[in-house]
Design a protein around this ligand. Structure first.
Ligand code: PMP
Length: 381
């Protein structure tokens, strides 16, 4: 007997992004526009709250679902910022990042052999997560001409009506696309008509620059079929704390907690203390970071226009998704890295619909962004 990956593990290739970063790590003087996380540190008050909790010796597990004081604050925050009403006792589960929440939903709410429609290009974890859970994936490629919004038309043409659930993310990684309430309404109608569960990844909900975020769970008939995922990684710049949460009707949270209580016990305790402080006292920092992302976003979009790189006006998260001027985006990204030492990620790393594009993250200081844009311009010349 030797160690071999199980078949469902073997069937998932290593992340396309990682391979690229490994290449970049071996080189000096790289400006990375490849990262998918904030360049800011977590707000100081949140870090201090984590330290203070350690000094008080608060180093035990918490309740499986997370500290009640934290769940109450999450409920208040979601009600105030996204018009979502969830009961802190029955309908909120604190998880180790939104990532854990998504993994729990795949495993706790679907059966092996069920199918899930995944709007793509998308965050790199959805397809592997579904595959690890034995769920069949229906690719739903969103289109550049729709500015990568999910439409009823692409849902219909990709066979999503046969799925048991739909997973999508707006504001979107990797495209930066957002959807308005009106645009979301036709997706909601499709899900109601075809009786789909919805897994709504709203991790970038507080990073929108043109219009307010609308959660699909606020639309008629949607709350009862939706699990909303959010967390502290993006808007609060707390990726390393590994803290997120899922919100859904009690039956869904109970099922997800059934796995969570055995596999995780509870989300990191120190991080829960930091998160409470973040919600109480760090909202101004969130607003300030969002303002900085917006400044960079406008700069990047303007520069792409000057260079003649086609790029729709992405209005959320911290990504732009310009069209790649070469046929092969991976080759372009690799040459750009080698010749100009700028790392961007080829859209192909994010699944169907991403080819022919590049993901450019502006979670990088403005000085570096300026230098990177100059290098890209010289590469194009
Ligand atoms: N969803 C999306 C769309 C993301 O971009 C990321 C992080 N890159 C995550 C989820 C993971 O978030 P967390 O750190 O809360 O696990």
């Amino acid at each position: 007997m030797t160690f071999e990956p199980a078949d469902r593990v073997d069937s998932v290739p290593p992340s396309g992004i990682r391979r690229f970063f490994e290449l970049a790590e071996e080189m000096d003087d790289i400006i990375s526009l490849g990262v998918g996380e904030p360049d800011f540190s977590a707000p100081w008050a949140a870090r201090e709250a984590a330290i203070a909790s350690l000094e008080r010796g608060q180093t035990s597990y918490t309740a499986n679902r997370g500290k009640r004081e934290l769940r109450e604050r999450i409920a208040d925050y979601e009600a105030a910022t996204h018009n979502l009403q969830y009961d802190p006792d029955e309908e909120i589960l604190v998880t180790a990042g939104a990532s854990e929440g998504l993994d729990l939903a795949f495993r706790a709410l679907l059966n092996p052999g069920d199918s899930i429609a995944i709007a793509q290009p998308c965050y790199v974890s959805y397809v592997p997560g579904a595959t690890f859970a034995g769920i069949d994936v229906i690719d739903v490629p969103t289109r550049a001409e729709d500015e990568f919004k999910l439409t009823r038309e692409v849902l219909e043409s990709s066979g999503a009506a046969d799925a048991d659930a739909l997973v999508y993310c707006y504001p979107n990684n990797p495209t930066g696309a957002t959807m308005t309430a009106e645009e979301m309404a036709s997706v909601a109608a499709f899900c109601r008509e075809n009786d789909l569960l919805v897994f709504a990844d709203e991790i970038y909900a507080d990073l929108t620059y043109e219009h307010e975020h609308t959660s699909i769970a606020t639309l008629p008939g949607m709350r009862e079929r939706t699990v909303v995922f959010n967390g502290f990684s993006k808007a609060f710049a707390m990726t390393g704390f590994r803290l997120g949460y899922a919100m859904a009707p009690p039956e869904a949270i109970q099922a997800m907690n059934r796995i969570h209580q055995y596999s995780m016990l509870s989300a990191p305790t120190t991080a829960q203390h930091a998160a409470m402080e973040a919600l109480d006292n760090c909202r101004d920092e969130v607003t300030e970071m969002a303002a900085q992302y917006d400044r960079r976003r406008k700069y990047v979009l303007t520069r792409f226009e000057e260079m003649g790189l086609d790029c729709f006006p992405a209005a959320g998260a911290f990504y732009a998704f310009p069209e790649c001027p070469w046929d092969d985006a991976s080759e372009f990204a690799e040459s750009l890295l080698q010749e100009e030492r700028v790392a961007v990620v080829p859209g192909t790393a994010f699944g169907e619909g991403g080819s022919g594009h590049l993901r450019v993250s502006y979670a990088t200081g403005l000085d570096d962004l300026k230098e990177a844009m100059a290098r890209i311009e010289s590469f194009l010349d």
